[in-house]
Design a binder for this molecule. Sequence first.
Ligand code: GLC
Length: 659
Amino acid sequence: MIKKYVYGNPFPTDAVVIEIEPAADKLPFFETDNQGGFTYSLSEDDIVYGLGEQIRGINKRGWQYVSWNYDNPNHQEDTRSLYGAHNFIIVCGAATFGAFFDYAGKMEFDIGYTKRSVMQIKAAQNDLAVYIITGENEKDIVKQFREIIGRSYVPPLWAFGYGQSRWGYKNEQDIRAVAEQYKAAGIPLDSIYLDIDYMEHYKDFTVDKERFPDLKKLVKDMKTQGIHLVPIIDAGVKIEEGYEVYEEGVRGNYFCKNADSEDFVGAVWPGRVHFPDFLQSETRKWFGKKYTVLTKLGIDGFWNDMNEPAIFYTEDRLADTCAEIKKLTAGNMGINEYFTFTGMVAGLNGNMGDYDKFYHNVDGQMVKHSDIHNLYGMNMTRSAFEALQEICPEKRTLFFSRSSYIGAHRYGGIWQGDNKSWWSHILQSMQQLPALNMAGFLFIGSDTGGFGCDTTEDLMLRWLQYSLFTPLFRNHSADGTREQELYRFDNVNAAAEMIKIRYSLIPYLYSEFLKAALNNEMMFKPLAFDFPEDLTAKQVEDQLLLGNELMIAPVYKQNAQGRYVYLPEEMMLVRMQSCNDYQTEILPQGHHYVNIALNELVFFIRNQRAIPFAQTAENTTQTDIHSLRLLGYSGSSYVLYWDNGSSPNPEDSLTVSTL
Ligand code: GLC
């Protein structure tokens, strides 16, 4: 059952797509101060799940989280905000219920941080809708919630292939070299990503003609090899006379305004930019149509970035900072002056105060950006998605975004942002998966190998052994870091085998994805969701159930040659060196230490279940579902969901068959 409680005058976020009448009774479970604050007393054994893309564990107890979409490359234990705002939690224990705080401004979730046994949730203003969901169990609560927020985005099948990306591929030759070297190493590949360097001076919807003289031909040549090129689009539009997108935006009044009703200026990669006012439907239509500049060249996938929106600096803050720094540096800088100096410079980027300085035009009303901040990225992806539905109605386009709010899951996937080549970031990514699924995001994945910092061969192999299970499977790294294309490592073969195994698993992964999308279910679940009576399962933070048949337990510690695994039931351990070279072993319910060599993939098939396993493929065009074999317990069957991988509505070509 879902009940909606309305406080003040909430801004329509479009997160919920089904009309629900506000309830007349008192809000259950929470005490409210009627000033945006909500308090719940936590029992010792309560678990709090959710919050989507956030740091820390599957159980969110013991920290304070802030929903404020933020370009934050430091995903650390003491971080409070990342790129998404996913204000949905499930409390499980003394009482079990779900709660969605539909509020687009800044929101704090103190889950036993200030006081261990108190959860305090606070919206910046008392203008929000709170949805309380009760049900049979956690899965039922998620299903009901997902029903009201609408069907999750389903990408084209090719998006399940492996993708290679790097901020630093500078020209056509670099892209061709990546394709050639993957081929030479015998590693399957479905996509290569174009980062900001393909643009002319980082201007959206332009192509640098010197470095990419004939992008159309490049796109075509790559397609003949089964490789899709996926360009990045940034939120900010460069201010430059003669640049069509800028001029149209100014003429059409499509940009966010400052307090004096002038186009607001911030700075990102291209220098000074204006930000499209994605909350206006006219702006969304205009900006969305711009993607045709690239779809006309044969492009069929995009990643939307810097759409929190990230602001490196605003001019007035920069001017104030420079003036202050001049004063500070005039004399002999003591410790206080020195820290003020470094703090001021660091404080330019993503400064909260800057988000108070611009406005959106919502049906003629000027709405301060900070009041609806968390909706910006969602509406950028919505703009692209809705336009492309009209422009290319016959097929799905790949979209994923960095920033999001619940509702954005209908328009695209997300990647988990600028992680680092740290071992702990394998676990961090994994712990977000169930929480993201709860919030509707199914097409998700991390920058495999790590974005910032230098990776190592063993980290890459272990990361592959985790990421090969995630729907978005992309190797991406930052300019200036160690190059991490798989062919650069000593043991290319081990990496190649992992990618080949991914391709053998695609029928299973895609089928489970379709089931999750079409039936409002989770693809990745905490163990406790399927084993609610098992007290040990409730505590497991580093294993997940994947679909209804698998459990994954990746290695995420350097030099570990294995790990402890908890089996909530008897399961079949599968140990793979390659698609054709594997051993299985039945392990009883309980605790096990499992050896896992660096070149081995280990996963678990649940008791009396089996998964479809395909011949590997060079890319998804060769994925063959007619020669599937079942891997798992003999005598068991599998229900395969499949479609043509491209029809905008998967149901139009859906087949459900029992193998
Ligand atoms: C941002 C993105 C990252 C990208 C970089 C350059 O940091 O998160 O993925 O490579 O910008 O465009």
